[in-house]
Design a protein around this ligand. Structure first.
Ligand code: AMP
Length: 214
C-alpha cells in the first residue's frame, strides 16, 4: 500500500492505558466521522473466537496481560488497511502500543492526530472491575451505566473479559508504562498529541475528545 499523504485522509490514534475509555470514545468518533475503528484487541479476540493459529498464539499472551509480538500486530493492521473502507481514514484503537509499531505505522499511513487519554493509575482498577463485554456482539459497557446484565444492543448477558481480572489489569498497566507510554513523547515531538483527561462522566469526556479533534 502506498503511503497516503496529503489526501483528505483522517487517521487518528487513540492512545491510553487500559480503562482510559479508548475503545468507547474511539467508537463514538468512528461513528461521528463515518470511518472505521481498527481495534487490534477486537481483531485478536475475533481470531481467538474463530480458533485461528494467530488466535491461539495471542490468547496465552492476552490472558497474561502481555503484548502480542509486534510483527503479528503490524501484519494484521497492514492487511486491514488494504480494505477499501479504510481509504477515507481510520481510527486506531489500541494500536500502536510500542515504538516499533509506531515506526512501522509511519511507513504505511500518515497520522493526523493522536488523542492521549489519561487517567490516574488508582482509578483504573476501579473502572476495570465494572467493565462488561457482550459475548455476542462485542458491545462494551460498565456496571455503573447498566440497568441489568443484558447487553444494551442485543440483550445477551454481558460478562467480564478474562484480562480485566484485577491481577491481569495490574500487569497490563505495568506493560503500558514500560512499552506504550513512550509513545506520548514520540507523538508530542511530532506535534500530533492532544491530551484528554478522562476522569469524569462519559459525556464530559466525549465533549473533551470532540474539542481536542476540532
Ligand atoms: P485491548 O482490547 O486493546 O485492551 O487489547 C487486549 C490485549 O490484546 C492486550 O492486552 C494485548 O495482549 C493485545 N493487544 C491489543 N492490541 C495490541 C497491540 N497493538 N500490540 C500488542 N498487543 C496488543
Amino acid at each position: 500500500m502506498s503511503k497516503r499523504k496529503g489526501m483528505t485522509m483522517r487517521n487518528i490514534i487513540f492512545l491510553g492505558p487500559p480503562g482510559s475509555g479508548k475503545g468507547t470514545h474511539a467508537e463514538k468518533i468512528s461513528q461521528a466521522m463515518g470511518i472505521p475503528r481498527l481495534s487490534t484487541g477486537d481483531m485478536l479476540r475475533e481470531n481467538i473466537k474463530k480458533g485461528t493459529q494467530l488466535g491461539t498464539t495471542a490468547q496465552r499472551l492476552m490472558d497474561a496481560g502481555q503484548l502480542v509480538p509486534d510483527e503479528v500486530i503490524i501484519g494484521m493492521i497492514r492487511e486491514r488497511l488494504e480494505q477499501p473502507d479504510c481509504a477515507g481514514g481510520v481510527i486506531f484503537d489500541g494500536f500502536p502500543r510500542t515504538l516499533a509499531q509506531a515506526e512501522a505505522l509511519k511507513e504505511i499511513a500518515s497520522i493526523d492526530a493522536v488523542v492521549n487519554m489519561t487517567i490516574a493509575d488508582e482509578r483504573i482498577a476501579e473502572r476495570m472491575s465494572g467493565r462488561r463485554v457482550c459475548p455476542a456482539c462485542g458491545n462494551t459497557s460498565h456496571t455503573d451505566w447498566m440497568e441489568d446484565a443484558g447487553c444494551p444492543s442485543c440483550g445477551t448477558e454481558m460478562v467480564q473479559r478474562k484480562d480485566d481480572a484485577p491481577e491481569t489489569v495490574l500487569e497490563r498497566l505495568r506493560v503500558y508504562h514500560a512499552q506504550t507510554k513512550p509513545l506520548i513523547d514520540y507523538y508530542a515531538a511530532q506535534n500530533l498529541l492532544r491530551t484528554v483527561d478522562t476522569d469524569g462522566p462519559v459525556q464530559q469526556t466525549e465533549a473533551k475528545v470532540r474539542e481536542a479533534l476540532r
